[in-house]
Design a protein around this ligand. Structure first.
Ligand code: GTP
Length: 822
């Protein structure tokens, strides 16, 4: 922004110039004639030097000097012709004839610079003669600037006679070289800083004009604004506030009352002793006047600011003691609002009264109510006292004998199975296909998934997306957490627990496996894949299944389409896997093998279409599932234990939990205790396999709605039980562990279902005989892989665990042991 209104920058000039004096603007016919004539005249004046300047230089000069030929010639001489002359260097400088009386040794350059200093920028032709201006040969511009000096006539050589330096030896003489200076402006300004061009000046003038115009407009506007201010034109004495006048003790004389009109005449003001005092004696008045002279006020109209401060607005305003609150203008405002008891006061009074007296409207109070204010208070107190803080009534407990209800119920059996196996073995795809074949998922949904998956080049995962619902799972193409789904056949309601295969998510697999009655182990039959899996998560998952207590396994030999439904491959896998499983303690009768292609849907529900698989005449996967019984009998009569696998909080004050009932029974209206928080809650509703029921039993996966509990007391991994036989919480346990790796006192994580508790192996009590359980060695320093040992675990916090429960011990992302709490 310009520092003042006359300042401008390049942009300003550019814009103005461009608008009004375009560079390409052509000369008018008159200008053209003048230019032609001027050019000819200038050339004539320049004589033989005319060829040393260009037409443009001549015309520029003419244009800038308004066709003044002499000035243009002078300018051209000075600017182009003088500088075009060869500059004498010290070595090449032609020796001038030394003037008389002048030191022969004085060089041209030294003198040149001397005069340069004396005459400012002018420097030409000091030694030259014959230009008609004087012996110094000053150029016309200089001659104009220094008219007197140009007439001085000095005898040649006499000028420097008394100069001491003239006798300076040649070798001591300095050579002065004129410093370079920027070219001056066209108007012949100094050769110092470039001046403003004509166009710049015009632009600046135009800008100045605009600014002045704006200033005038602003002034007018300000005047208008001031007029709008509510100021009166009352006499000055009225506008000066009394307190101020009193403070200054200035009282204008009545006969000297200032007129309303502004005047520049000073006003005499008498100083009095008191505001109300009499006029003082003339002597005193003189003295007072002298004093007053110092405070004589110019009788000009007060400024807008002053009038705003001290003046009174027109129209009568009500006198106010205090500034009014903004809300007082409201129609609902009553000035007596606070002179009566507030509603709170009434409520508190009523509550105090209700504390002593039985509530309820009485005839007396109704009668009083008609008597105005007192009655109103009574009415309020009655209604308040009838209010009471009530908690939602607990849900009704029907007092059912749940075991009997379960036995006589004709409902289908409920079975949960976990799907395990190495990463990418095809677990999710298989479950997606199963749900599609059983019409629990529509074909168009799978088609939609396929279209979506195609965009990221993952169309082969379309069926897996039926189970893998999370965006991250779909992006990465891996299952991360347990995915739950349901389907049912004629006899059975199945709950699918699709586990992640990746080693990073083994804890989630443990959680899924701990909810399952049996497992589907998916093996990738493709060349090399099975072998890889058996070293990886196929092996770890089987170990975990066994540790958690899963006894029944259906082995789905998948992707056989990729090996041409090779019977040899199928047999090879059966042989190796069954040996591995029986080695871990699985009974052969509880293990079955099914050749399948999850992707194509072969042998899931329908038989294999490929003729290459005609050798197979066994059951389909679905048939194998139907024939799988839960590994152990339902612990219906044991105390209720339900591990919480998920918590959903609703805004209606209910909390919904999901999990599997490990043992016991429950019904709507039961009081439950959540461990380890110890908080109690009521069961509001129970959903088993999507059906709302009044009760649920061990082995069922349920969704419970709880009331009368703050959800902050409930976490995944907590245990629900009845208060009468609640699970205890502890932080140290002894367990009988099967070692999968070397065990020694070290930090570990304890896993049970969704419960993950950090702690450490505190001590190794003894190694035990696998078959009999007898002590083999007491207090060994380390337990070898494959051995069974009794160890003590110390956890960082108390957790709900009890004897007989199966737990898994992991360390550094590896499963190192599993076993039973003692
Ligand atoms: N050719 C063929 N490919 C299959 C078959 N089953 C699964 N696949 C492919 O194998 C890949 C992995 O399938 P998923 O179902 O995601 O494997 P997963 O075991 O669930 O993977 P994680 O849950 O991440 O361990 C996908 O590209 C599937 O299309 C099959 O029977 N035949």
């Amino acid at each position: 922004m310009p520092a003042n209104k006359y300042d401008y920058d390049d942009d300003d000039v550019g814009s103005d110039y461009g608008e009004e004096y375009g560079e390409d603007e052509e000369l008018s016919p008159e200008d053209q004639a003048a230019m032609e004539h001027g050019t000819a005249e200038v050339r004539k004046a320049l004589g033989k030097n005319a060829s040393k300047v260009t037409l443009k230089q001549i015309q520029d000069a003419l244009w800038n000097y308004y066709y003044d030929v002499d000035k243009s010639v002078a300018f051209l001489n000075k600017t182009y012709l003088a500088s075009a002359l060869p500059k004498p260097t010290p070595a090449a400088a032609p020796k001038k004839k030394t003037p008389e009386g002048m030191c022969e040794d004085l060089s041209f350059s030294a003198a040149h610079c001397l005069f340069g200093g004396v005459f400012g920028a002018e420097h030409q032709r000091f030694a030259g003669a014959g230009n008609g201006v004087g012996d110094f040969g000053l150029d016309p511009v200089l001659a104009e600037s220094f008219p007197i000096s140009s007439k001085i006539r000095l005898a040649p050589g006499a000028y420097f006679n008394d100069m001491p330096w003239l006798n300076t030896p040649q070798d001591r003489q300095a050579t002065f070289i004129q410093p370079w200076r920027p070219q001056g402006g066209l108007l012949g300004g100094s050769e110092g800083a470039a001046g403003m061009s004509k166009l710049q000046k015009l632009a600046a003038a135009r800008k100045k004009k605009n600014e002045e115009k704006k200033d005038k407009e602003r002034t007018k506007q300000t005047e208008k604004d001031i007029e709008k201010l509510s100021l009166s034109d009352k006499p000055l004495e009225d506008q000066v506030s009394a307190p101020l006048a009193k403070r200054q003790k200035l009282v204008p004389q009545p006969q000297e009352k200032p007129s309303h009109k502004a005047s520049t005449q000073p006003v005499k003001i008498h100083v009095t002793e008191e505001v109300t005092g009499e006029a003082t004696e003339p002597e005193d008045q003189r003295e007072a006047l002298t004093t007053a002279a110092a405070v004589v006020v110019d009788k000009a109209a007060p400024s807008a600011f002053a009038r705003t401060l001290f003046g009174s607005a027109p129209g009568k305003r009500p006198a106010r003691d205090v500034f009014p609150m903004p809300y007082t203008s409201s129609s609902s405002y009553s000035s007596k609002t606070f002179s009566e008891p507030s509603p709170d006061d009434i409520v508190f009074a009523a509550q105090a009264k209700a504390g002593k007296k039985a509530p309820g409207p009485s005839k007396t109070s109704k009668k009083d109510a008609k008597e105005g204010e007192n009655g109103r208070k009574e009415e309020l107190s009655d209604s308040v006292s009838s209010l009471k803080i009530s908690e939602a009534p607990p849900p009704k407990n029907k007092g059912l004998d749940v075991v009997k209800e379960f036995e006589k119920s004709s409902s289908k059996r409920s079975i949960s199975f976990v799907v395990v196996g190495h990463v990418d073995a095809g677990k999710s795809t298989l479950m997606g296909r199963l749900l599609l074949e059983l019409k629990h998922v529509e074909q168009r949904t799978v088609d939609k998934y396929r279209r979506q998956a195609e965009k990221t080049g993952k169309q082969s995962f379309a069926l897996a997306w039926v189970m893998d619902q999370r965006a991250e799972e779909r992006d990465r193409g891996v299952t991360i957490d347990i995915a739950t789904n349901f389907f049912e056949t004629e006899q059975t309601k199945f709950t699918i627990l699709d586990a992640p295969g990746h080693r990073d998510f083994v804890p989630n697999m443990i959680a899924g496996a701990s909810q399952a009655d049996f497992a589907i182990l998916v093996i990738d039959a493709n060349t090399g894949a099975y072998e890889k899996g058996l070293k990886g998560q196929t092996r770890e998952h089987v170990l975990l299944l066994r540790s958690i207590g899963v006894q029944r396994i259906v082995v789905a030999v998948n992707k056989l389409d990729m090996v041409g439904w090779s019977k040899d491959r199928f047999d090879e896998i059966i042989q190796e896997v069954s040996g591995f499983l029986t080695g871990l303690g699985f009974q052969e009768k509880h293990v079955s093998f099914v050749p399948i292609s999850g992707l194509n849907g072969d042998n899931i529900v329908k038989p294999i279409e490929d003729k290459a698989a005609s050798w197979y005449t066994g059951s389909s996967l679905l048939q194998a599932l139907e024939s799988s019984e839960p590994s152990s009998a339902r612990a219906l009569t044991k105390p209720l234990r339900m591990a919480i696998s998920e918590v959903f909080r609703s805004q209606q004050g209910t909390t919904t939990l999901s999990g599997r009932i490990d043992s016991g029974t429950m019904q709507v209206g039961d009081v439950l205790v959540v461990q380890p928080s110890g908080e109690t809650a009521y069961i509001k509703s129970i959903v088993v396999d999507k059906d709302t029921q009044d009760w649920a039993v061990a082995g069922q996966n349920v969704n419970l709605a709880l009331t009368n509990i703050d959800p902050i007391h409930i976490r995944v991994g907590d245990i629900l039980c009845h208060p009468t036989d609640s699970i205890s919480c502890d932080d140290s346990f002894t367990m009988k562990a099967m070692a999968f790796d070397h065990l020694l006192p070290s930090p570990v994580d304890l896993h049970r279902g969704r419960l993950h508790a950090p702690g450490r192996i505190q001590s190794i009590v003894a190694t035990l005989d696998k078959a009999t359980g007898d002590v083999v060695k007491k207090k060994p320093k380390v337990v070898q892989p494959g051995s069974v040992a009794r160890i003590t675990i110390k956890l960082e916090s108390k957790v709900p665990l009890e004897a007989g429960q199966r737990v898994v011990i992991r360390s550094g992302g590896e499963t190192i042991a599993a076993g039973l709490l003692e």
